[in-house]
Design a protein around this ligand. Structure first.
Ligand code: C2E
Ligand code: CA
Length: 557
């Protein structure tokens, strides 16, 4: 027998094991319960143990007769207790006199002849009682344990797992939603996102919130591809009169026919999700086996960071930012890479979120500031061409008093010309910056450093940001640029943003520019600067120096 039907509310039909040597009894129970549950049968205790040994978690309930040949009901309870199954799997004893059954771990009993109403109500109540362990209080849906259990139930007896996906969703910067709208509204957003997943057109078989702002789905592989995820992952929500867009990233693991625990599948989907930060313009990343090679677990990561910094495993890359009019390098963004001794080159999307969680990000960001200062000082001392370099700051950096003082003292020292080092702060980080941090930003600007608002347009109230905060340069997120030529609305919005920025005295950088038609559009729209693969990928310091030297030569000619 197989689990065939999927419940309307994306629940898998529940599996019940009937253990009774009387064929007639089994048939009556099948008649009473067959519509609602998937029923498995065992003729004696030993058969029941054999079935449960395969995967007891695939069952929600055992109906157990006491008097049976080979191994009786008491024997079954004994073994289930010894193996720890009874903690998760309730047993209803079929007997007019349960005798010792309660003591041996049975949950309830009913007697023959069966009264269909009594049988149905008791079974329903007991399954609901145990379901509480598997339910997420916030959404009312499955929690992690429940998802694992239901997935096991779903796959029980299925030979072929290919054709199914496990998807892992992470709501980025969810803390900012809480801070912006309050915890209660934040909770409501999590509930709405859960329901949006349940109702999504790809009709997931199972949906769960497995922790905080992480969700998982089990689904059939969609024939039409995964682009529908872009919409789900950037849906707008309204709370407290504030409209904001969630930025959700998704990792997808295509199930394979090899033995693997459901938790292993979740890990793989989560791992793929970790790569999504470097896959701009797409909300999802599909797992492939090469990802495992660069996987570093969080604990290892934090501890190896210090070693990495000491051993200079982190390398600074520079990505040129071009002046649209002259097509010369106007400035550059410093982007960090980790040259891990065993894992090879690791992109920041893999380790920055972990470092932000652990608070170690500030060590790394300060390292970048010092390296940029060194780079610029060396070039200036040698009389070579330099351009301003911007460094990414994380929101967490503003809580690091020492780091902020070190940055301010570099800026105050006058060792570098004013405006040589600038700072990029993402829109979502800027949105939750406190007054004290704002004072530091103001001080940086007084010292001549420019503040670039990064990823503009991906946050919760982009236009509110323009009104409320002082900064110098607006960097338009690449998600927008990639819509140029595809979505006429985006093009109109981009033109308005550029015009509005100019009216506010801001310069505009377009990020993620890859195609000639992007460049042409931006030129016509009077965008000031362009950053993207069209001109150059991020390059190492030596290559960047060659680029600057060439530019200097051209100027001299
Ligand atoms: P970001 O600040 O938005 O940086 C731009 C990212 O876009 C870089 O990814 C860059 O390689 C990529 N990119 C540039 N041009 C193109 C293009 O034309 N097409 C596409 N598809 N991508 C392009 P990267 O280097 O992987 O960095 C990812 C993120 O990691 C950065 O996003 C930034 O938020 C963060 N990051 C990088 N270095 C640092 C750092 O030193 N400190 C902090 N706090 N964050 C950093
Ligand atoms: Ca940036």
């Amino acid at each position: 027998m197989q689990v065939r039907n999927v419940h309307r509310e994306h629940k898998v039909k529940q599996n019940i094991l009937i253990v009774d040597d009387s064929e007639i009894s089994r048939e009556i129970l099948i008649h009473i319960l067959g519509d609602e549950y998937t029923l498995y049968q065992a003729e004696n205790g030993q058969q029941a143990i054999d079935i449960l040994s395969e995967n007891y978690r695939a069952f929600q309930l055992v109906l157990l007769d006491i008097h049976m040949p080979v191994l009786d009901g008491y024997g079954v309870l004994e073994i289930m207790k010894q193996r720890g199954w009874l903690k998760e799997l309730p047993v209803i004893v079929i007997s007019s006199d349960p005798g010792d059954a309660y003591k041996r771990g049975a949950t309830d009993f009913f007697s023959k002849p069966f009264d269909p109403d009594v049988v149905n109500v008791r079974i329903h109540n007991i399954i609901s009682l145990y379901d509480r362990y598997y339910t997420d209080n916030l959404t009312g849906g499955l929690n992690r344990k429940g998802f694992i259990r239901q997935s096991e139930i779903f796959f029980h007896g299925k030979e072929d797992k290919t054709g199914y996906d496990l998807m892992f969703f992470d709501i980025k910067d969810f803390k900012a939603v809480n801070e912006l709208t309050g915890i209660a509204n934040g909770d409501q957003v999590l509930r709405e996102f859960y329901h949006d997943l349940c109702d999504a057109q790809f009709a997931p078989i199972l949906v769960a919130r497995i922790e905080a702002d992480h969700f998982v789905c089990l689904s059939e592989q969609p024939e039409e591809g995964y682009d529908f995820l872009n919409e789900i992952c950037s849906r707008r929500y309204e709370k407290n009169g504030k409209t904001f867009q969630l930025n959700v990233h998704c990792g997808i693991y295509h199930l394979e026919n090899k033995p693997m625990a459901i938790s292993g599948m979740i890990d793989r989907a989560r791992l793929a999700e970790g790569f999504s930060d470097s896959e701009y313009g797409r909300a999802y990343v599909i797992y492939d086996h090469t990802m495992k090679n660069v996987y570093i677990d969080n604990a290892e990561l934090s501890s190896s960071l210090m070693r990495g910094l000491e051993q200079e495993e982190f390398k600074l890359f520079f990505q040129p930012i071009m002046d649209v009019k002259t097509e010369k390098i106007a400035s550059a963004e410093a982007l960090i890479r980790w040259q891990h001794p065993e894992k090879g080159m690791i992109s920041p999307g893999m380790f920055i979120p972990v470092l932000e969680k652990d608070g170690y990000i500030s060590n790394l960001d300060m390292y970048v500031v010092r390296k940029v200062k060194e780079f610029l000082t060396d070039r200036l001392n040698a009389g070579n061409l330099t351009v301003p370099v911007s460094v990414n700051l994380s929101r967490i950096d503003f809580y690091d008093e020492q780091m902020m003082q070190e940055i301010l003292s570099i800026l105050h020292s006058g060792q570098l010309p004013s405006g040589a080092i600038n700072f990029e702060i993402t829109e979502s980080a800027y949105a939750v910056i406190e007054e004290r941090s704002q004072a530091i930003v103001d001080e940086m600007r007084r010292c001549g450093a420019k503040i670039l608002m990064d990823d503009f347009g991906t946050g919760y109230s982009s236009f509110g940001m323009l009104q409320d905060f002082d900064f110098d340069v607006l960097k338009i997120a690449m998600e927008f640029i990639h819509q140029v030529g595809r979505n006429p609305r985006t093009s109109a919005i981009l033109q308005s943003i550029i015009q509005l920025s100019h009216e506010l005295g801001l310069n505009v950088v377009a990020e993620g520019v890859e195609k000639p038609e992007h460049v042409e559009f931006l030129r016509q729209s009077s965008c000031d600067f362009i950053q993207g693969y069209y001109y150059s990928r991020p390059v190492d310091a030596d290559t960047f120096m060659v680029m600057l030297d060439q530019q200097k030569k051209q100027c001299e000619m």
